[in-house]
Design a protein around this ligand. Structure first.
Ligand SMILES: CC(C)(COP(=O)(O)OP(=O)(O)OC[C@H]1O[C@@H](n2cnc3c(N)ncnc32)[C@H](O)[C@@H]1OP(=O)(O)O)[C@@H](O)C(=O)NCCC(=O)NCCS
Length: 197
């Protein structure tokens, strides 16, 4: 099978990548996917698809940036092959295209994070000549499901913060109420697991 890698530019093309991308990022919603990608593009995100004819069989998202530790770097945000098409070299084709893109953009590194549970993907990256160089540390600061399109927090602690800010309890100022909510004392219900890479 020969797949071609194509840059994704139109809303229609972005939407056509949803069914594959959601296999890697199951929290994504079809109705906000295009807006989400467009928002990320403003900070450098780009998407490519592996096409078998007109059919999307793999998707990758990446961005190029410069940092003091590594210089110019292509960072792979997302890489996924349609579950029905794995182990046929599509992942390899996408990764090699990304390496080519990194070189075209004068990057000195290509890097990515891969969740500790993704053993299959680790095998794939090691087979493709990548090395494990870092431990990735993260701290969760808010809910994953905040609706950035409408800027409305939807669940958990942020909901409690909003509620507390709207309805000051008797004898407490709105500012005090919000401070209590932010400090966590107004809501101990927020227990979402950390996001995966
Ligand atoms: C990792 C992934 C992109 C590789 O794509 P691919 O098209 O299967 O890649 P290739 O065909 O070039 O290479 C296949 C190799 O990847 C590895 N692999 C990883 N996950 C696999 C899976 N679920 N099924 C089959 N192979 C898998 C194997 O080592 C396999 O080699 P093998 O066929 O000799 O056993 C793809 O498996 C995938 O989408 N996984 C789920 C999403 C994911 O974890 N993405 C990485 C996020 S960091």
């Amino acid at each position: 099978m020969t797949v071609k890698i194509r840059k994704i530019t139109t809303d229609q093309q972005i939407q056509a990548c949803f069914d594959v991308m959601v296999q890697l990022r199951p929290h994504l919603r079809r109705d906000t996917f295009v807006a989400c990608v467009r928002r990320q593009e403003k900070t450098g995100y780009r998407m490519v698809a592996a096409l078998d004819g007109r059919r999307v069989c793999g998707v990758a998202g990446y961005r190029v940036f410069e940092c003091l530790s590594r210089g110019r770097n292509l960072y792979v945000d997302d890489l996924v092959t349609d579950a029905a098409r794995r182990s046929r070299g599509i992942g390899q084709t996408m990764l090699r295209w990304l390496v080519g893109e990194a070189l075209r953009q004068h990057c000195r590194h290509l890097s990515l994070d891969s969740g500790v549970q993704r053993f299959g993907a680790h095998r794939f990256y090691l087979r493709e000549g990548m090395h494990i160089l870092c431990h990735h540390f993260a701290m969760e600061l808010g809910p994953q499901d905040i609706d950035l399109d409408q800027r409305v927090p939807t669940t958990g602690r942020w909901q409690a913060i909003e509620k507390a800010a709207r309805k000051p309890a008797s004898g407490r100022s709105a500012a005090k109420q919000k401070e209590l909510a932010v400090s966590g004392r107004a809501s101990r219900r927020y227990t979402r697991p950390p996001p995966t890479a």
